[in-house]
Design a protein around this ligand. Structure first.
Ligand SMILES: Cc1cc2nc3c(=O)[nH]c(=O)nc-3n(C[C@H](O)[C@H](O)[C@H](O)COP(=O)(O)OP(=O)(O)OC[C@H]3O[C@@H](n4cnc5c(N)ncnc54)[C@H](O)[C@@H]3O)c2cc1C
Length: 291
């Protein structure tokens, strides 16, 4: 029995590569870190358009004739993002090669909707690369955010911290010695500190990537992972500029109001809460709104 017949449908207009013919695009992060964009879907798109076109194409299937009123790419993308019609954004995918310290990878891996393949320290020797912040960026514990750090510590304390890191990194020599003595790589590695670098390929669709970026570009995220998120945003912005613009406008730099906040604004009264943290968050929002 003959197999199914495949009909080839060429693009109607000339196309271009959304990565401009590049094999990869790299952004260096910190001392040894890297975020590289290695592939995008869609890769080839009609001349004069961006990969945002794949979002619009999928959305038009669901809206059909209804999109006649929303038939401009930018307007449609902004509408979709504002109204959390998210699945069209899943039609675009990005594949990254990332080199980051293990403590950053631990936070990153909590994002479950990506496909990941990581360097195996059971199979290969861990390279001698450790993340060391500059003396000026050794942060003190924040007084307002229990999870965070803010102001730089004094020079003496920063020096002490860097010496402590140096001693931890000294474990690498022990690691090498134990490998030479025949200890397995899978066991020898467990004495290395979490500022040692690992690397992985990480593939994610745009909807889930925006979710990742909204959490990890946020000021509440640890500065180190924020630097990686900023690098990713810089890499995707030229590929999906319309989506990135809408993301900035409606999510990244937008604000959400709770029912209590709306009532406080409407009635011109204090926020109806005795929760100090909620009050502080409202004060911060009011300041942002210039109230
Ligand atoms: C500032 C900050 C501080 C944090 N502090 C801590 C901490 O102290 N301790 C800690 O353990 N974690 C902490 N986290 C991690 C956080 O709780 C989330 O695990 C992480 O941000 C991933 O979010 P997510 O689950 O929404 O993302 P993803 O895993 O990317 O999932 C995306 C979305 O898919 C859906 N989804 C995915 N998997 C499932 C599932 N199995 N069931 C239902 N829905 C699913 C959800 O809607 C989810 O929002 C912190 C994160 C941030 C940003």
């Amino acid at each position: 029995m003959p197999g199914p017949t495949v009909k080839r449908v060429p693009f109607e207009s000339p196309t271009h590569d959304v990565m401009g013919g590049d094999a990869r695009r790299d952004v260096k992060v910190h001392d040894h870190g890297l975020v590289a964009l290695v592939d995008v879907m869609p890769r080839m798109i009609p001349e004069g358009r961006t990969a945002d076109a794949a979002i619009v194409q999928a959305a038009r299937v669901s809206y059909g004739q209804g999109t006649k009123r929303l038939n401009e790419d930018r307007g449609l993308i902004r509408y979709l993002l504002r109204h959390r019609h998210t699945t069209p954004f899943e039609m675009v995918e990005f594949k990254f090669h990332v080199v980051m310290p293990i403590f950053v990878a631990r936070q990153w891996i909590r994002h479950r909707t990506a496909n990941v393949n990581e360097y195996s320290a059971r199979y290969s020797v861990v390279p001698d690369r450790f993340y060391t912040p500059t003396a000026e960026s050794v942060r003190g514990q924040s007084a307002t955010n229990r999870q965070g750090g803010d102001e730089a510590v004094d020079a003496g304390t920063a020096k002490e911290f860097l010496e402590y890191l140096d001693r931890c990194q000294g474990q690498y020599r022990e690691y090498e010695k134990l490998l030479e003595k025949g200890v397995s790589r899978e066991l020898a590695r467990i004495g290395l500190p979490v500022n040692v670098y690992t690397e992985w390929y990480w593939k994610c669709d745009l909807h889930n990537l925006l979710h990742f970026l909204s959490l990890r570009m946020d000021s509440h995220a640890q500065a180190e992972i924020r630097d990686y998120a900023d690098a990713m945003f810089a890499l995707i912005e030229p590929i999906v500029p319309l989506t990135c613009e809408a993301f900035r406008d409606y999510r990244l730099e937008g604000a959400h109001l709770t029912r209590l906040e709306i009532e406080s604004l409407r009635a011109g009264k204090p926020l109806a809460t005795d929760n100090k943290r909620e009050q502080a968050e409202w004060d911060a929002k009011r300041a942002r709104l210039g109230l």
